[in-house]
Design a protein around this ligand. Structure first.
Ligand SMILES: Nc1ncnc2c1ncn2[C@@H]1O[C@H](COP(=O)(O)OP(=O)(O)OP(=O)(O)O)[C@@H](O)[C@H]1O
Ligand SMILES: N[C@@H](CCO)C(=O)O
Length: 314
């Protein structure tokens, strides 16, 4: 379920009147997603997606809209929202901030093929090459500072061995990544999971859901992608997927020497970030649909035991 706020036909019909999209035909609640309310909207002329923001406040959204428009302008597979007849994109509907998008083609690559791994590596490499020029800043809201501040809230829900793993990793990451570093920076997607990607064969049709977007370490974004796209059911890295992603990524944005050293730690940091955020949703503030926290506990455990495979290209 990913509709937290229900909408009537009339509410949507009035809302889209200010957009040049034709008359409303049908509204369908979207089941996927965990944080926002999403609707597929068909009009006489177009297939659209309406997003009501359940967790972001109105003032936070201009950063995401500008980032989407910037990436779209630079020919990344990203589409900004529709603007109404007064050139306004960001609206309110049912008391929530709301945006309207074109519905993109494609499906989520649940079991990505080698071609799809190559394509997403290439796409993120290009995105990070461009995003280093992005001027507006939004500090990463889920960085090591956030981890340090929030891990205390979930420790009581963990088994003793998991508690030890979490505490040890926070200390280790403070030592190896730290709160300030010289890793390359730019704008990030911040949540580039397979379910935020639409593909058609080996073509990336769209990257969606930029609402964790921010500026910070590019390697943070890369590590999120590797952990989601390239892990098996036990959390271990699937080496063929990993090498396809990385080889194509570094073609467009080669790693610095510091990034090569930091990658195994960044894989742990981002695994810890999702372990904690999922535990918070499950036990502390259930404001979204929970996903399995243990999936990220397993990924973290595996990265601690196995590290990550070497980088052959660059
Ligand atoms: N522009 C789009 N074109 C096609 N499908 C879309 C589009 N935007 C959203 N969707 C579909 O709606 C689903 C939910 O959207 P979205 O990812 O924005 O929700 P969310 O609640 O923010 O998700 P998450 O759990 O990743 O935070 C997506 O997984 C996708 O299937
Ligand atoms: N991608 C997140 C949910 C949305 O932030 C997760 O898998 O926990």
């Amino acid at each position: 379920m990913a509709v937290f706020t229900q909408l009537s036909y009339d509410q949507v019909a009035v809302f889209i009147k200010r957009f040049d999209v034709g008359k409303l035909i049908q509204i369908k609640n979207v089941q996927l997603g965990t944080e926002n309310s999403t609707f597929f909207i068909n009009t006489e002329q177009q297939q659209l997606v309406l997003t009501l923001f359940e967790q972001c406040e109105y003032d936070e959204l201009p950063f995401f809209i500008e980032l989407l428009d910037f990436l779209s302008l630079h020919k990344l597979p990203v589409k900004g929202p529709l603007y109404d007849i007064s050139s306004i994109a960001l609206k309110r509907l049912a008391g929530r901030p709301a945006l309207l998008f074109h519905r993109l083609a494609g499906i989520h690559p649940n079991k990505p093929t080698s071609g799809q791994c190559s394509a997403i590596g290439e796409t993120l490499g290009k995105l990070h090459f461009i995003s280093q020029k992005y001027k507006v800043a939004r500090p990463n809201p889920r960085d090591l500072l956030w981890i340090k501040a929030h891990h205390y809230k979930v420790l009581e829900y963990l088994r003793p061995d998991d508690k030890k793993l979490m505490i040890n990793q926070v200390y280790s990451l403070e030592k190896h990544i730290g709160y300030e570093n010289n890793l390359p920076k730019g704008a990030l997607h911040g949540d580039l999971f397979r379910d935020n990607t639409l593909v058609n064969g080996n073509i990336i049709c769209g990257l969606i859901d930029f609402y964790n977007g921010c500026t910070g370490d590019l390697l943070f974004d890369f590590a999120i992608l590797i952990n989601d796209w390239c892990s098996d059911e036990n959390g271990n890295i699937i080496e063929s997927r990993y090498s396809n992603v990385i080889n194509n990524y570094v073609t467009y944005r080669p790693f610095t020497e510091l990034e090569k050293i930091a990658l195994p730690y960044m894989l742990r940091l981002t695994a810890l970030r999702y372990w904690i955020s999922r535990l918070l949703v499950r036990y502390v503030s259930p404001i979204a649909n929970p996903k399995d926290p243990n999936q990220y506990r397993n990924i973290l455990h595996s990265r601690c035991i196995q590290g990550c495979p070497p980088i052959h290209k660059n």
